[in-house]
Design a protein around this ligand. Structure first.
Ligand SMILES: Nc1ncnc2c1ncn2[C@@H]1O[C@H](COP(=O)(O)OP(=O)(O)OP(=O)(O)O)[C@@H](O)[C@H]1O
Ligand SMILES: [Mg+2]
Length: 227
């Protein structure tokens, strides 16, 4: 479904070379995979490569698209964006909602990009917002919502097109523990639908609830713990 093969990413910053991800290989399975590691160990860089926001210096990302296996990292940016829209949802640490759109419009946005009809967009967006407990916040702009509420809108948006793969990069990093737990429950509950969930978290309690934990350090995969 989703596989990293010898994935390497080097950044050149002036005359300094940083290897953020180094020969990372892993075949991601359905269910929840937590990625843990110290700050600067390359977790965000890795997610960006897996989701095709960025391209590797070496190695490749392969993904199953319909019946065929595609080398995501060899596609151009437009094709990667198209594939991401069909196959992937992404929840960022800083929720990244569009500030001028209401909660409903933010959730409907990926469906707009995918060419869905207005009525269908609005119905599904309202349904998803109700699922994350925000049925009374449809018309709110992001700045009128609490951090936990904004993150729940971001989760609803990530699920808008029913993606088989869901990424979350420290989705609870900016939340208090109660809203963090609620957000994580929502993300984890998606695994029951057969999705592949890949979540970066500093919270070891949350990592323990995953099906497997990948420990990374200095861009390398140290070990996989199956729970
Ligand atoms: N665009 C960039 N240009 C140069 N160096 C970068 C860039 N992005 C990341 N790096 C470097 O790559 C390394 C890995 O960064 P990354 O953001 O992936 O770490 P992380 O594990 O997500 O850290 P954190 O837990 O703090 O979010 C860091 O040393 C960082 O400085
Ligand atoms: Mg990070």
């Amino acid at each position: 479904m989703l596989e990293a093969i010898n994935l390497t990413k080097r950044f050149h910053q002036g005359d300094i070379d940083v290897t953020a991800v180094e020969r990372f290989s892993h075949r991601f399975k359905a269910g929840i995979t937590a990625i843990v590691g110290p700050s600067g160990s390359g977790k965000t860089t890795l997610l960006n490569l897996l989701a095709g926001f960025d391209t590797p210096t070496e190695g490749e990302v392969r993904v199953q698209d319909g019946g065929k296996e595609v080398v995501l990292s060899r596609l151009d940016e437009g094709s990667r964006a198209g594939l991401r829209l069909r196959l992937m949802g992404f929840v960022f640490q800083q929720w990244n909602l569009i500030p001028t759109l209401t909660a409903l419009e933010n959730v409907a946005f990926p469906m707009l990009l995918a060419g869905h009809k207005r009525k269908e967009r609005q119905e599904r967006a309202a349904f998803l917002l109700a699922q994350v407990g925000l049925e009374k916040r449809l018309k709110h702009l992001p700045h009128r919502l609490s951090g936990g509420e904004q993150q729940r809108v971001a989760i609803a948006r990530a699920l808008a097109l029913d993606p088989p793969i869901l990424f979350a990069d420290e989705p609870t990093g900016n939340l208090d523990s109660a809203s963090g737990e609620r957000v994580m429950e929502l993300i984890y509950s998606q695994a029951r639908k057969g999705r592949t969930i890949i979540v970066v978290t500093h919270n070891l309690e949350l990592a323990r609830q995953a099906d497997r934990i990948l420990r990374v350090r200095d861009g390398r995969l140290l070990e996989e713990v199956v729970q």
